[in-house]
Design a protein around this ligand. Structure first.
Ligand code: SF4
Ligand code: SF4
Length: 353
């Protein structure tokens, strides 16, 4: 958990994508200050495990010079840094080149451009091309974060033609090639009221595994919201959902917040059984509660469960009945992990060089 620090730097964004789970937009004002970010970087760094700092949003470039200075600060500590942006700032080739050059010189190690039909309702695709071209020219690692949906215009083929590059598929197990990498997935309708979208408008993956698995990203990173709260989910659930956000660093220490998250019933339930486990429990209590036949992924189901009144009612009345079982599952999980770790260590130590 302590090797990755994610700053959701601001809720402000120059655009308002319809599927924005974080509900960001031009009218939002909450943001982290440079001093907040530096203090938190120092704090997490002091544990001795921090490797990567991610700046996301909203739109992190709206932080202006504070963003660049924080990237530079992290780079001086030897940390990897990644910015996730919609590329609105790449208004022409020259501006794109100047900005990317400045960030390269400040020590940024990777940039991700969000690019799909929803983002490009607001941001001309030319800007992604200018930014991507600038990265190519500077030999700077860039990834295009793409989402596909029913009847989408911006397919990977279309993007390759428009950007005039061949895009390699991102493989999280491998080191990124320098640029022209694309990570693609299904559009997840998680924003407020998007669970009202009819099934036939959603593109589903072929396998059920995508929505029946445990949540593997929960408790894996330190995620800080623009209001200096610790969050356990990086933006796929509307931010008013209290189960995903713990207290603010103005009121608690980071250690207290991490401990709260690790002891939380719903957090552990999601990590061990996934939203599918919650859905099964809800149906056990009331089999008339409607669910879709399938979901795009775990976050799609998770967002529905944690935002729908009928599901929340069951959880608030009955979740405590699951506490002992989840606590035992967690003990077993921790025991197995420690056992595997010890066995791996013994193996490594006893293997002759
Ligand atoms: S999805 Fe990204 S670019 Fe779109 S409104 Fe949300 S934060 Fe802004
Ligand atoms: S399953 Fe839920 S908690 Fe986990 S990443 Fe998705 S939305 Fe967040």
């Amino acid at each position: 958990m302590l090797s990755n620090l994610v700053f959701s730097t601001t809720y402000q964004c120059p655009i308002s994508c319809r599927y924005c789970g974080a509900e960001c937009g031009p009218r939002e004002t909450a943001r982290l200050s440079l001093q907040d970010m530096i203090t938190i970087v120092d704090h997490v760094f002091s544990y001795g495990k921090l490797e990567l700092v991610v700046f996301t949003g909203g739109e992190p470039f709206l932080l202006g010079e504070d963003l660049r200075r924080c990237v530079e600060y992290c780079a001086k500590k030897g940390l990897l840094t990644r910015i996730v942006t919609n590329g609105f700032w790449a208004k022409n080739p020259q501006t794109a080149r100047e900005i990317m050059k400045t960030y390269k010189e400040s020590g940024l190690t990777e940039i991700n451009f969000s690019c799909d039909d929803y983002h490009q309702e607001f941001i001309p695709l030319e800007r992604i091309k200018y930014a991507n071209d600038a990265c190519l020219e500077l030999g700077f690692p860039a990834l295009i974060g793409h989402k596909t949906m029913k009847g989408c215009t911006l397919s990977i083929d279309y993007l390759e033609q428009f950007l005039e590059v061949k895009l390699a598929r991102f493989d999280p197990r491998e080191k990124n090639p320098d640029n022209n990498v694309v990570s693609t997935g299904y559009t997840v309708p998680v924003a407020k009221d998007m669970h009202l979208i009819p099934d036939d408008e959603i593109l589903y993956p072929p396998s059920d595994y995508h929505w029946k698995a445990p949540c593997s990203s929960i408790l894996q990173r330190v995620i800080i919201t623009p209001r200096k709260e610790l969050s356990i989910c990086c933006g796929m659930i509307p931010r008013g959902v209290k189960e995903i956000v713990f207290g603010s660093l103005d009121d608690y220490t980071l250690e207290e917040l991490i401990t709260m998250a690790h002891n939380d019933l719903i957090v552990n339930w999601l990590a061990l059984e996934g939203p599918y486990g919650l859905m099964k429990f809800i149906l056990l209590k009331d089999s008339t509660i409607p669910f879709r036949k399938q979901y795009v992924n775990i976050c799609h189901l998770c967002s529905e469960i944690l935002t729908r009144k009928d599901c929340r009612k069951i959880l608030s009345e009955h979740a405590h009945e699951k506490a002992l079982e989840i606590s035992l599952e967690r003990c077993l999980y921790d025991y197995m992990r420690t056992k595997e770790f010890k066995e791996a260590t013994v193996l490594t130590e006893s293997t002759p060089l």
